[in-house]
Design a binder for this molecule. Structure first.
Ligand code: FAD
Length: 323
């Protein structure tokens, strides 16, 4: 592999972690002598950070205006960059747009494709091997992507993010083909969540059915607040309408990979575990010592959440001097 194109996108002025993860993988795949060329769709400030993520060049599409090109146009532009660079591989970050682009890129770039990849290896024979979770994380599929070109999207948080570099790569505007544009009519905040964004937070405190009812869920929110953490929930909680689905962690919710994950009153069903298992340190609070969550937990507290959580919150506030 000599040249790898990295596609990344974001909505804010800060470069998302997913973009750094994709860049680190592209850099590793291109090898010491290869090139990594970035395409960023998002703000100018974030594109500037992207240029310092370890790339040789960045093509930037400013999409802070309300009129944005369609994903079909973006895919065509990214494929054009890849063809011009004679790239072997396109790495797409694990965002909503990223997922939408993979199929289009596979066609425009005439490439083998794999989505939600958690491992990527380039063998000495220049073959690209990837792993991806299937059947809701119960099995891992290993694939060899045959053919001269490949496109993969990454599963969020599956790879370590690279460190910023001292020098910045040159930034050029991304040219767009003619075609229909999309018009963004607006964004509706998901609601219910205060504090850091769940997918990017370094600490997450999640609550489950063990909290007994919506009237007790504030215990989880207060613990989260005392730690500056994001709030998450099991599907039992979101299905019951105690909290919005935007907080759901797991197979059909968000994948999180914080430094610290605290699971309160969550049994640890496999569909929940696949969304948080890669957290660095897992703490479980559950009244049942046999609960499966304890099998993945680094620290476990057996007892009633209604008693333990307020005591923990109080102690954290005391230690942090915010009582
Ligand atoms: C296709 C599919 C997709 C799914 N996707 C997801 C997903 O994305 N995310 C997800 O979370 N689930 C998902 N599920 C559901 C999943 O299988 C579980 O049903 C769900 O995670 C259970 O939520 P829970 O742990 O909060 O509730 P429960 O399984 O009811 O567990 C409650 C826990 O609280 C403990 N408890 C009870 N009282 C107390 C107390 N006083 N103090 C402390 N602990 C107490 C109990 O011991 C128990 O372990 C999915 C299921 C399917 C079939």
């Amino acid at each position: 592999v000599t040249t790898v194109v990295v596609f990344a996108d974001g909505r804010l002025d800060q470069l998302p972690g997913a973009a750094r993860e994709a860049t680190a993988i592209a850099r590793a795949a291109s090898g010491a002598s290869g090139k990594a060329i970035g395409v960023y769709v998002g703000s100018k400030v974030a594109a500037g950070e992207f240029a310092r993520a370890g790339l040789d060049k960045v093509h930037h599409l400013d999409r802070t205006e309300s009129k944005v090109p369609s994903n079909a146009q973006i895919a065509e532009s990214v494929a054009k960059v890849a063809r011009e660079q004679n790239a072997r591989l396109i790495v797409v970050n694990g965002t909503t747009r990223g997922r939408d682009l993979v199929g289009r890129l596979a066609v425009s770039f005439d490439a083998a494709a794999a989505t939600a990849v958690t491992q990527l290896e380039v063998t000495s024979g220049d073959s690209i091997r990837v792993s991806r979770p299937v059947f809701g994380g119960r099995a891992t599929q290993e694939l060899e992507l045959l053919g001269p070109r490949a496109v993969v999207s990454l599963k969020g948080h599956a790879f370590p993010a690279g460190e910023p570099t001292a020098s910045a790569a040159p930034i050029e505007p991304l040219g767009l083909p003619d075609g229909a544009s999309d018009k963004v009519l607006g964004f509706t905040p998901a609601g219910g969540a205060s504090g850091p964004e769940l997918g990017e937070a370094t600490i997450v405190v999640s609550g489950g059915r063990g909290l007994k009812g919506p009237e007790s869920f504030h215990l989880v929110e207060e613990l989260a607040q005392s730690l500056g953490a994001a709030v998450g929930a099991s599907r039992a909680v979101t299905d019951a309408g105690w909290r919005p689905t935007s907080l759901q962690v797991g197979q059909t919710g968000k994948s999180v990979s914080p430094q610290l994950y605290i699971a309160v009153g969550i049994s640890g069903a496999i569909q929940h575990l696949v969304g948080m298992m890669s957290s660095r340190v897992i703490v479980a609070i559950n009244s049942d010592p046999q609960a499966p969550i304890f099998r993945v937990a680094d620290y476990g507290i057996v007892g009633d959440a209604a008693k333990i959580v307020p005591a923990l919150t109080q102690e954290i506030r005391r230690v942090r001097g915010s009582a």
